[in-house]
Design a protein around this ligand. Structure first.
Ligand code: ADP
Ligand code: MG
Length: 271
């Protein structure tokens, strides 16, 4: 193997955007210790969309919390751009199942929030908010309060807000999970199109293998808890992808079968 193929200093290959090595995390609660992650290694390249699938309780949410700096690993390293993370946690954006909108602010003001914190000038804030509202399909709803919105619309606001924050790495934890199938398909399709334009690094947790393959460049499968990355599958389906058509392609069906089998091996009927 040539030096260039191995990457690293002096080889001209940039370090991975995100690099996790030997991650371990134990929780202690009510006198009991649960090992949530063990020996987890994972690299994510700049601009790569990585989907993470694994059985319930295998440590997916824990992993995202560690990357975001909300939980400190008991062992191992997290590097962002080759440096120990989180040096600058604002470079990492989180979208959880719970959309966490501010109920006392309108749609526009929720989306504006990260821009105001970043000190973006007022005129530019207004322009960017207008563009983002449009990008997520919420024209005419800017003055609404979150309580008047459907679950899908709230998700769209949360999505616009994370796009406004414009982090280097998007961490998404089953973001569309609680929505009904129809709404979920529409918002996933819109998200796919938006992401294909911005091309930011994404780690996207989902329990839905179809969603993982449709969206991602690579799917990592985790073992049952304590989780580690067991297998990785490259998704060689060209972009831009059509959300509705991609699942009928031969590579999609083949990948779905392999990934589903790999996941099934981790299923524990006692959980
Ligand atoms: P996943 O998101 O894959 O379902 P989690 O990361 O939420 O998994 O949890 C991994 C394991 O750690 C589970 O066994 C869960 O019960 C345990 N766990 C998660 N959070 C806590 C906590 N705050 N205290 C104690 N145990 C926890
Ligand atoms: Mg979880």
């Amino acid at each position: 193997m040539s030096a260039a193929a191995t990457g690293g200093p002096g080889t001209g290959t940039p370090p991975p955007k995100l690099s996790l090595r030997g991650l371990r995390l134990g929780y202690r609660s009510e006198g009991r210790r649960t090992l949530a992650l063990r020996d987890l290694d994972l690299d994510v390249a700049e601009g790569e969309f990585l989907a993470l699938v694994g059985p319930s309780g295998c440590g997916k949410s824990t992993l995202l919390k560690i990357i975001a700096g909300l939980v400190t690993a008991t062992g191992g390293t997290v590097r962002l751009d080759g440096r120990p993370a989180p040096e600058a946690p604002e470079r990492v954006g989180l979208l959880f199942q719970n959309d966490a909108l501010l109920p006392w602010r309108t749609v526009a003001d929720n989306i504006r929030f990260p821009l105001a914190i970043a000190g973006v000038p007022a005129a530019e804030q207004r322009e960017r908010v207008r563009d983002l509202i449009s990008a997520v399909g919420l024209d005419d709803f800017g003055h609404y309060y979150p309580r008047r919105l459907s679950g899908g619309m709230r998700k769209r606001v949360a999505l616009a807000r994370i796009l406004a924050a414009d982090p280097d790495v998007f961490l998404m934890d089953e973001p569309f999970g609680p929505l009904d199938a129809q709404t979920r398909a529409r918002i996933s399709a819109d998200f796919l199109a938006l992401w294909e334009k911005v091309g930011k690094t994404v780690v996207f947790v989902t329990h839905d293998v179809d969603e993982a393959i449709t969206l991602a460049d690579r799917v990592a499968v985790m073992t049952a808890g304590p989780g580690r990355v067991k297998e990785e599958y490259r998704v060689d389906i060209p972009r831009p992808r059509s959300f509705d058509d991609v699942r009928f392609s031969a590579p999609f069906r083949e990948l779905r079968q392999r990934i589903s089998r790999s996941l099934a091996e981790e299923f524990d009927p006692t959980r």
